[in-house]
Ligand binder design. Structure first.
Ligand code: 2HG
Ligand code: ZN
Length: 480
């Protein structure tokens, strides 16, 4: 069993310092518990580096086992990475040296579901899509949905506070998560798995949501789920300029009100990438050059009323010149095809070559200025693409080039961070800081705040075994 492997003492101290010492792949090989961790070329600390390559993957089946693993690892200063399947592009899944990998996929049970309150209690390794299917049978939905739902686990969604496509309607996971069970670095189990909407007893210890596994490992979660409403409409619209997209958002919030469930945007460069690199996609609009595209989804309980409401809104927007063209999906297949044009952007970018990725929160009215400025900076040397969750003020600025090079990077950074900071934005809206952006935290958080975070980390994980080198900066000295 898992515990025998640990007790066999094949590990030694694997917590290494930041100077790349100790970057040796240890061969802790034991049949059945191993999985080749992919070696991925990725950028770290501004240059190309290779991912660490631990060969040990532990798959606990119970909270008690997670607790025993952490107790053991903590006592021997063994670094652990809770590796859950989330989108491969995101920084926090990377190993740095040869950390022990804890994979939660065997903890994948639904524990309870209350049909009256809509509160679901489940284990952290449940795949998001399986939860969506489970709830569908009960007449409910998950309050979050994202492109990687087929492989990501709810524990990973929670530790990154994943935003996704419906945040504009259902709010952040931080809000819909009602309770957690967490195992701390020393193996202590915190039972905070409440199922109450309201509970003001003591402090709200929800910092485990989006701690990226650096403060504890989430083993169970209770989450508030909304009822499934059957009337869903999706429109794919074209706008001539960014100002129209913004105005359209304001109008949509006011006129569609409670039925608005997504407001996403992509620029024409993003759409071109999807059309050129993904199979089976086509532009539902006539091939006129539009500069921006907006996907609006409504979800409500009355088909006739919702449709009329949406059509009236679209007509009004068309007459007012906010949209220059648009189509309304006639069935679910068409609706998913429209969604794929937006959700397919990251995949198309991966196929196009190297990509520098930024996930920023910015004031909506300023958001696209950054894309324009970046285009001016980089000229023809790169394809600068802007898309994302306009309804949430979240821009995905992605810069595509044939291959990575330090000159391009130097043109992008620190400019992108300084710009974001000057506009009081966030340098990580929904993906987390991970490894690559840990040192950039000061662009979005004052030193005093980072110091408090560091104290919390020290208190909960004094040896620093949990997902090391991520989230928090190497040092706060230069900023104090
Ligand atoms: C999305 O909204 C995801 O499509 C991924 O958050 C964004 O890969 C990205 O930059
Ligand atoms: Zn996103």
């Amino acid at each position: 069993s898992i515990m025998i492997i640990i007790a066999s003492g094949m590990f030694r101290h694997v917590l290494a310092s930041m100077d790349h010492q100790g970057k040796t792949a240890r061969d802790c090989i034991e049949k059945g518990l191993l999985e080749d961790t992919r070696r991925i070329q990725h950028r770290c600390f501004g240059s190309l580096a290779e991912e660490g390559s631990s060969k040990l993957l532990l798959q606990p089946q119970t909270t008690e086992e997670v607790s025993q693993i952490l107790k053991y690892c903590n006592s021997r200063s063994l670094a652990v990475v809770p590796k859950v399947e989330i989108q491969v592009l995101w920084a926090e899944v990377f190993l740095f040296f040869d950390e022990v990998v804890i994979n939660m996929s065997l903890m994948n049970n639904v524990i309870s579901f209350d049909k009256v309150s809509g509160i679901l209690v489940c284990e952290a390794g449940c795949i998001l899509e399986n939860l969506i299917t489970f709830l569908d049978n009960q007449g409910f939905i998950m309050p979050l949905d994202l492109g990687a739902k087929g492989s990501c686990q709810i524990g990973g969604n929670i530790s990154t506070n994943a935003g996704g496509l419906r945040l504009v309607r259902y709010g952040s996971l931080h809000g819909t998560v009602l309770g957690l069970e967490v195992v701390l670095a020393n193996g202590d189990i915190l039972d905070m798995l409440g199922t109450l909407r309201k509970d003001n007893t003591g402090y709200d210890l929800k910092h485990f949501v989006h701690c990226e596994g650096s403060l504890g490992i989430v083993t169970k979660v209770s989450i508030l789920t909304p009822p499934k409403l059957f009337s869903v409409n999706v429109a794919f619209l074209a706008c001539q300029d960014y100002f129209s997209c913004q105005k359209l958002l304001v109008e949509a919030k006011g006129k569609l009100g409670e039925i608005l469930s997504a407001f996403e945007f992509l620029d024409s460069k993003a759409l071109d990438l999807v059309l050129n690199h993904l199979d089976g996609v086509r532009n539902p609009l006539p091939p006129t050059i539009h500069n921006f595209y907006v996907l609006i989804e409504t979800t409500g309980s009355d088909e006739t009323y919702d449709r009329q409401k949406l059509e009236a809104f679209l007509l009004h927007a068309m007459e007012g010149g906010l949209i220059s063209d648009g189509v309304l999906a006639q069935d679910m297949n068409q609706a998913s095809a429209f969604w794929y044009l937006r959700e397919g952007v990251p995949e198309a970018l991966m196929k196009a070559g190297a990509v520098y990725k930024y996930d920023l929160s910015l004031p909506v009215e300023k958001m696209y200025d950054l894309v324009d400025e970046m285009r001016t900076r980089l000229g023809d040397s790169a394809n600068v693409v802007g898309y994302g969750h306009l309804g949430d003020g979240n821009l995905h600025l992605n810069i595509s080039t044939p291959q990575y090079d330090d000159r391009t990077l130097a043109q992008i950074e620190p400019f992108v961070y300084e710009w974001t900071s000057a506009h009081r934005g966030s340098i990580s809206a929904e993906h987390g800081l991970g490894l690559m952006k840990a040192n950039k935290i000061f662009y979005s958080k004052p030193t005093a705040t980072v110091k408090l975070m560091t104290s919390i980390k020290k208190m909960l994980d004094p040896k620093g075994i949990l997902n090391p080198y991520k989230v928090l900066p190497h040092s706060i000295d230069s900023h104090s």
